[in-house]
Design a protein around this ligand. Structure first.
Ligand code: TTP
Ligand code: MG
Length: 357
């Protein structure tokens, strides 16, 4: 049983994740480090390991482990502080290569992306081989790839044969392949949820498959439904080519506290204009406007209003902002005021919905 409509073409989704990313960049820039246990971290991250190469992982060193513990486990390791800018640069280089393979690409983190290659009509394994070769020859880095028909399964698969591995999960493997896996493998179940489930004696995906959807929703809230579907291999999330911005905002701290309404209204007018320009530059429209204030005693209050329609016009933003402002008592002088636009919609999406009508 796969719950998949056999007549519909299945998507082909790749999840790509670079191997021991920061450590691999260090090795690439200094090949004498190759083959030795290498640990990146320490300085910026309050004394914890940021990442360790696979050589060091053999000693039990892993990300987020306190540095002193890593030194105990692997005293002969080479320890280097991170060079974030360099990793960003190499990441951009890798993403440019990935983009040549499919422009339906969603960057998830500095070393991780989803690619939808359905429309290319290519054989996924051949494409992946090619992609890995290109990344290796052009950057010296290896990566692992998961191939499947949705994001959840592709991500699960990329972790399967790390490092430098490729794994495909096909519909006929589901749910069998999921049953023995520990619940922490379910993307969306964080450490807290896992602990909650473990306490109920649930440790594998197989255990979760016995539960009703209602039970999972009761236990985990809204995400229970998503989890119920995921463990059955169902995940309809599209590969999102653009990460949506959640909000845009401006705030100012005043050198001297003020409760002069005219002065504050002037600020609000300026904020509305700035916000409007910013939204228009980014081709965005907002539906929710939130006003935030902080008084002399550092007491913070915020008020928001959601409109019937999206807007990016300064006058409309100001009208809402000022309405919110008039409701505030202003019993103490203000030290800070801020205006945020959220519930955003991009113009492209708006056009899409117009076409859909
Ligand atoms: P990951 O992809 O989780 O780890 P990795 O690439 O080092 O190893 P692998 O994928 O082969 O298991 O994270 C990518 C980079 O993000 C990693 O090199 C360092 C950084 N990172 C942190 O800064 N803190 C963390 O807790 C983790 C897990 C990663
Ligand atoms: Mg990685």
């Amino acid at each position: 049983m796969t719950n998949i409509d056999e007549n519909k073409e299945l998507p082909i989704i790749l999840h790509v994740d670079l191997d021991a990313f920061y450590a691999s960049v260090e090795e690439r820039d200094n090949p004498s480090l190759k083959g030795k246990p290498l640990i990146v971290g320490g300085r910026s991250h309050k004394g914890v390991v940021t990442t360790a190469n696979y050589e060091a992982r053999k000693y039990g060193v892993h990300s987020a482990m306190p540095m002193f513990m890593a030194r105990q486990k692997c005293p002969r390791g080479i320890y280097v502080p991170g060079r974030m800018e360099r990793y960003q640069e190499v990441s951009r280089q890798v993403f440019r290569i990935l983009h040549r393979f499919s422009d339906v690409l969603e960057k998830v983190s500095i070393d991780e992306a989803y690619l939808d290659i359905t429309h290319l009509g290519a054989k996924p394994h051949r494409l992946v081989k090619n992609l890995k070769e290109k990344v290796y020859t052009e950057t010296g880095l290896t990566l692992s790839v998961g191939i499947s028909y949705n994001k959840f399964l592709a991500k699960l698969a990329s972790d399967w044969h790390k490092p430098a591995g490729v794994k495909e999960i096909t519909p006929d493997m589901v749910p069998g392949i999921l049953v023995p896996l520990p619940i922490k493998k379910v993307h969306g179940l964080g450490p807290k949820s896992c602990a909650l489930l473990n306490n109920l004696g649930l440790s594998t995906i197989g255990d979760l498959l016995e539960l009703s959807e209602e039970f999972l929703v009761d236990l985990l809230g809204k995400s229970g439904r998503e989890i119920y579907q995921r463990i059955r291999g169902i995940d309809h999330r599209p590969v999102n080519t653009r990460r949506e911005r959640k909000s845009l905002g401006i705030e100012r701290t005043f050198s001297k506290g003020t409760r002069n309404r005219e002065v504050l209204e002037d600020y609000l007018k300026n904020f509305s204009q700035e916000l409007s320009r910013d939204l228009q530059d980014k081709k965005l429209h907002a539906r929710t406007i939130t006003l935030k204030i902080k008084d002399e005693n550092f007491k913070v209050q915020s008020r928001g209003k959601t409109l019937f329609q999206h807007t990016n016009k300064a006058e409309e933003i100001y009208e809402v902002a000022n309405g919110l402002f008039q409701e505030l008592p202003l019993d103490k002088p203000l030290r800070l005021m801020g205006l945020t636009a959220s519930n955003l919609l991009s113009e492209d999406l708006q056009q899409l919905s117009f076409f859909d009508l």
